[in-house]
Design a protein around this ligand. Structure first.
Ligand code: AGP
Length: 605
């Protein structure tokens, strides 16, 4: 995701801003920039690509004099990674510059209003509306202009703003995106996370949502949303820089598991407006589509397997899921009446790209659902829906998988509404449930504190079976892959109804079986499979909806998840399995963020 930094003090700001941005590189970005105030003007330098390009352009900051400034690393969401879209963004009169991390959900209407007011936009970003609002409200009072502008914004924002009229003052505002202040002596800092400033100060102040602050070299003043000054405690950072990059978590994977509710909110919220699913970018005529094919690799493919149930049930369209590495050589029955949905976190997976090209050559329409803006798959597709999960550093995907599912749910509702295939009230009910998913994902994270203890029980297993039926089986596919790829334990996902056709011969004493029983329409059947494997000595860890008391007497161990509509359940049900795989791998001392033999993006066949 984006990163912001700022400094005001008695040193040259640009070199410090560049060093701070380097510490944020791990967050992933595709462009960067700084703005420094000097002699009542603002000098802005922006580049696409790496911070090194910005260092070269500014000669490590020497070409940008001034002792107050702001900086930004951009992870593109609205608008491709180009120099005009890079931050900082300047007001038309050149008096203000802003850097921002987050998503302004109402930017379209604000952009229209500001354009009508005569403001000129230089970028495609949502962020740019901020700096024009500040200019519009400025009548000599910097603080008032920032407050009025902030009150117009909806969404998530951590932002820093400088003003040429007051070259030593910076205003920062926080709403639903992290923003931390660094307290120095004769100088002060702000940043998206402590890594950017822990080299200069370990005394920090964490702003809360709705708060904003004024920084000068001599003081930091903090205000609540009404503009009343408040006092906040100064905390002492004891982390080392490496731990800070992971937000205090031991591994990026755990950090990314824990940030799934926030990622889910970023994926869903801008796409539900006024009780309607709004999918900007889905400019595809789907009226003559007779079938949908979903193709991807690995976890992305398993997200497609889970999303298939939702799309078929709501849209009454046949959905075929195909592994991209198979599809590309299968002489696929695809034509202009086929919609190909391509799932990919990286947007660079070679097999998936090849499968796309094969299907395009046969006339298929192509929708890509990817996380990396401007990636190869995004560019090749007829249209793209981004997952907006933010950069995913750990090789084993977690938030990439769950946000792909969320976009598939939104897509299913959007298409079903247009095909008029929904039951009465189903659209409104499911939209309500979709909006509640981030909270339910948080509950799934919080309601199983015993998972680390279960990991200690199972981590020496030679093999594991993940069984389930229908949507539970789709989740079992991803649950088994997570276990395999980070703990190196052989794990097989199996349709529970298939066990009796051969595989049950493998069940032996103490064989761990993870049984997914969250789909009410088939839970009883899976419970009889639990009885079958128990009778042959298996050790069963069941995953069930909170409140399912029947299953307790059958399983050796239980993991509970919140009740969710079956068609939306996979993105919640997978969470304890991600945690189980993580803690088992941790027990086994595995290199969790970089598992052996694996790459984050498989760009070769
Ligand atoms: C996920 O945990 C794996 N690392 C892998 O299966 C991955 O999902 C697959 O390589 C597809 O990658 P993509 O989503 O970037 O296309």
């Amino acid at each position: 995701m984006c990163g912001i930094v700022g400094y005001t003090g008695n040193q040259s700001a640009a070199p410090l801003l560049l060093e701070g941005l380097k510490k944020l590189e791990y967050r992933g970005y595709d462009s960067a920039g700084i703005a420094v105030t000097e002699d009542h003007s603002i000098h802005i330098s922006k580049v696409t690509g790496r911070i090194a390009n910005l260092c070269e352009k500014t000669e490590d900051g020497r070409l940008t004099p001034g002792t107050t400034g702001i900086g930004h690393t951009r992870w593109a969401t609205h608008g491709a990674p180009t120099e005009p879209n890079a931050h900082p963004h300047a007001s038309n009169d050149g008096r203000f510059a802003v850097v921002h991390n987050g998503i302004i959900e109402n930017y379209v209407e604000l952009r229209q209003e500001l354009t009508r007011e005569g403001y000129r936009f230089e970028s495609e970003t949502d962020t740019e509306v901020i700096v024009h609002l500040v200019e519009m409200y400025y009548a000599g009072d910097f603080k008032k202009a920032v407050m009025k502008a902030s009150n117009r914004l909806r969404g998530s924002y951590a932002m820093g703003i400088v003003c040429a009229d007051e070259p030593e003052r910076i205003f920062v505002v926080r709403e639903a995106s992290p923003l931390i202040l660094g307290v120095g002596i004769g100088e002060n800092y702000f940043a998206s996370d402590v890594t950017a400033m822990v080299a200069y100060t370990r005394n920090v102040i964490y702003l809360e949502d709705g708060e904003f602050a004024e920084l000068t070299p001599d003081f930091i003043r903090i205000y609540d949303c009404s503009g009343r000054e408040i006092s906040k405690p100064v905390s002492r950072i004891t982390w080392d820089i490496q731990a800070a990059e992971k937000g205090g978590y031991e591994h990026f994977m755990l950090k990314e598991i824990m940030e799934q509710p926030r990622a889910a909110k970023a994926t869903i919220t801008p796409r539900i407006q006024g009780g309607e699913v709004v999918l900007e970018g889905l400019e595809l005529d789907l009226t003559d589509i007779q079938k949908i094919m979903i193709t991807a690799c690995g976890s992305a493919y398993y997200a497609g397997c889970a999303g298939k149930y939702t799309i078929e049930k709501l849209c009454h369209l046949p959905v075929q899921t195909e592994l991209a590495s198979e599809l590309r050589y299968s002489d696929p029955l695809v034509d202009e009446h086929t919609l190909l949905i391509v799932l990919s976190q990286s947007g660079e997976t070679a097999d998936t790209i090849a499968a796309m090209k094969e299907c395009r050559s046969r006339g298929a329409k192509i929708l890509a659902i990817v996380n990396v803006v401007g990636s190869t798959i995004a560019k090749l597709a007829d249209c793209t829906l981004y997952t907006w999960a933010g950069p995913e550093i750990a090789v084993a995907t977690t938030k990439g998988y769950t946000t792909q599912l969320l976009v598939l749910y939104l897509f299913a509702l959007y298409v079903a509404k247009r095909r008029n295939t929904l039951e009465p009230g189903q659209y409104r009910r499911l939209i309500g449930e979709l909006k509640g998913l981030p909270k339910l994902m948080q509950q799934a994270l919080d309601m199983n504190p015993r998972i680390p203890r279960l990991a200690k029980k199972y981590h020496k297993a030679q093999s594991m079976f993940f069984i389930g039926r229908n949507t539970d089986y789709a989740v079992a596919l991803e649950g088994a892959l997570k276990m395999k790829e980070i703990s190196y334990i052989h794990a097989e996902s199996y349709a529970a109804g298939e066990l009796k056709h051969g595989t049950i011969a493998l069940i032996q004493e103490k064989q761990p079986v993870i049984a997914l029983c969250c789909n009410p329409s088939v839970t009883d059947k899976t419970m009889s499979n639990i009885v079958e494997v128990k009778a042959r000595g298996a050790e069963v860890l069941a995953v069930a909806e909170r409140g399912n008391q029947k299953i307790v007497s059958l399983a050796d161990d239980m993991i509970y998840v919140p009740k969710v509509d079956t068609l939306l359940a996979a993105c919640v049900e997978i969470i304890p399995l991600q945690l189980l795989a993580y803690y088992v791998a941790r027990e086994n001392g595995c290199d969790i963020d970089k598992p052996k033999n694996l790459a984050k993006s498989v760009t070769v066949e």
